[in-house]
Design a protein around this ligand. Structure first.
Ligand code: 9MR
Length: 544
């Protein structure tokens, strides 16, 4: 066997659980056979390639190699005559443990306001940037008190700004995993500064973000929308990106998302720090009260601010999430009475992803069956199962068995949010097809896709090297910061005139390039890591 691996055999480059459904995809192959080779020498399986009729989105002809029968632990490659060997992969229990922990450690590398020391960050160590101790109010803000100190938190993405909508939404998904699988990350598992303090490293890491979110609440309860420079900074390290930062906007979306997330934080942190948990709950109630008085304040960038908008004009999903979490945390009937009764859920990918706020509330309610009315429970359950069924059905009829067929900005997170919904379906009713749907979505992320990349930096044989990420661009380390998920194919190509060079007329699934300027396909972002962490944690618990 040579060290050359075929780019035309696509599979999960990390591997598979022994009992999982297992497939590889072969591009532009004739009818024929494939072999599964163990330890580079033993042929342990021979199978026939089957044709996949769905290949319009990928734009190239596809055949499938199903080797689910192989369940024995070990190191394997697929061999296809005329193509050669696939990248190696493993079959074993706990196959995603490192990737799971890596996706959380990725958050540590996003920390604002502190140096990353070599003993925790390895070769990605760096000086501190953005202390955020002298932040100004943007002139568009109605100032009711002087906040000049708003430290900590994670950088949102490839940029260095901090946005409340996209801090609290991912926190909500991270909290959901903790609610459902409480001891999934041990103290010391992540090698972060708080390791070995007696608290799960997961909660330590999440608290770093929650601490910042709490500073963004005004005295009247409302949440400022973001902490940002006026324009995006150059591709330099944090300590060299020193433009003045501003607190900009205040609005209903940020305030309600914070209310939902802070009400969850109350339950999450109650066991380890009662005073902190209580502070989160009081903050959540105040935020909710502000939103009731100001139910329709949409955030729009002021003319001189061009950074991320995270705009939304429909606050029903945000109200649902806040009502759900506040009811569970307080059992005050007023929140239950204010829940809207929307039970026909829709999967809305792309720019409509803020609609996913609702789901965190739905899943939290389903986890608290004993305190909600039976009819509500039944409606939510039916809605989730129906949606999970739809996603399974779609996944059975796509190119790489992925649960989406429209590739927009952050499409990898749409795949994973769909997987998260199928995971909830499985928790409600453990049907094998739900678990298979979650696994296939994971296979897609780790390499069974039209670009043949594992999209999580540092995990897999062929992973993005040129993510749109200022730290990775500005340091002198060859590999990008690990544990960060590339956004994925985006057929809208919004960055085509900003230095990104796409193949000519790319198919929707090939609308992705591993190029640093590609902020529309190859950036990383908190709300893309969060469903990945959830899904990997879920599989580590449910799939072994
Ligand atoms: O994830 C956001 C995507 O849905 C929007 O289409 C896009 C353009 O408005 O913005 C994305 O979010 C970016 C945010 O605005 C700023 N930080 C980086 C985010 C990921 O690209």
């Amino acid at each position: 066997m040579t060290d050359e691996f075929s780019e035309e055999i696509r599979l999960n480059q990390i591997g598979y659980y022994p009992n999982a459904h297992k497939i590889a995809t072969i591009v532009n192959a004739e009818e024929g056979i494939f072999l599964v080779v163990k330890d580079s020498i033993d042929v342990v399986f021979t199978g026939a390639l089957s044709e996949n009729k769905n290949w319009e989105l990928a734009g190239e002809h596809l055949r499938t190699a199903d080797f689910s029968e192989i369940m024995k632990e070990g190191n394997y490659n697929i061999y296809v005559p005329g193509k050669g060997y696939s990248y190696p992969f493993e079959i074993k229990p706990n196959i995603y443990k490192e990737a799971f922990l890596g996706s959380i450690k990725g958050l540590y590398y996003q920390r604002a306001g502190m140096a990353l020391e070599e003993k925790y960050a390895g070769k990605w160590h760096r000086p501190a940037g953005h202390p955020d101790d002298s932040v100004l109010y943007h002139r568009s803000s109605k100032i009711s008190r002087e906040i000049v100190n708003s430290p900590k938190g994670w950088y949102d993405a490839g940029d260095y700004n901090k946005y409340i909508v996209n801090a609290t939404f991912p926190l909500g998904q991270f909290f959901l995993l903790h609610q459902q699988y409480p001891d999934i990350v041990k103290d010391g598992a992540l090698n972060i500064p708080e390791s070995n303090n007696g608290v799960s490293d997961y909660l330590d890491e999440l608290k770093y973000e929650m601490d910042w979110a709490l500073t963004m609440q005004d005295d009247d309860g409302g949440l400022y929308h973001k902490l940002t420079t006026l324009n995006f900074e150059g591709m330099v390290m944090p300590h060299l990106a020193t433009a003045q930062r501003y607190i900009v906007g205040k609005g209903t979306a940020a305030t309600l998302d914070f209310a939902g997330c802070a009400a969850q934080a109350y339950r999450v942190f109650d066991a380890i720090d009662k005073a902190y948990a209580h502070k989160c709950l009081e903050a959540a109630k105040m935020a909710y009260a502000w939103a009731q008085d100001n139910p329709n304040v949409a955030f729009v960038n002021p003319p001189d601010v061009s950074t991320g908008q995270y705009g939304d004009r429909d606050f029903k999903d945000e109200f649902f999430w806040a009502n759900a979490e506040l009811f569970i945390s307080t059992q005050d009937q007023k929140y239950l009475n204010n829940l809207d009764d929307a039970t026909s859920f829709k999967f809305r990918p792309g720019d409509n992803w803020t609609a996913f706020m609702r789901y965190t509330g739905v899943f939290s309610l389903l986890d608290n069956k004993e305190i909600i009315p039976e009819s509500l429970y039944n409606n939510l359950r039916t809605g989730v199962l129906r949606l999970a069924d739809e996603l399974v059905a779609r996944g059975n009829n796509t190119d790489y068995f992925q649960p989406i067929d429209d590739f927009q900005w952050g499409s990898n997170s749409d795949v994973l949010n769909a997987a998260l919904i199928m995971a909830q379906g499985y928790r409600l009713e453990p049907k094998p097809e739900y678990l298979k749907g979650v696994q296939q979505a994971t296979d897609y992320i780790f390499g069974n896709n039209a670009n043949g990349y594992s999209y999580l930096t540092g995990f897999g044989d062929k992973t993005p090297m040129f993510i749109h990420h200022r730290q990775s661009a500005g340091d002198d380390v060859e590999e990008p910061v690990p544990g960060l998920l590339s956004g994925g194919p985006n057929s809208r190509l919004q960055d085509a005139s900003s230095g990104t060079i796409y193949p000519e007329n790319p198919s929707p699934m090939k609308s992705w390039v591993d190029q640093e300027p590609s902020y529309a396909s190859n950036e990383i972002c908190l709300n893309w890591n969060s469903p990945l962490t959830y899904v990997l944690g879920f599989l580590e618990r449910e799939s072994n």
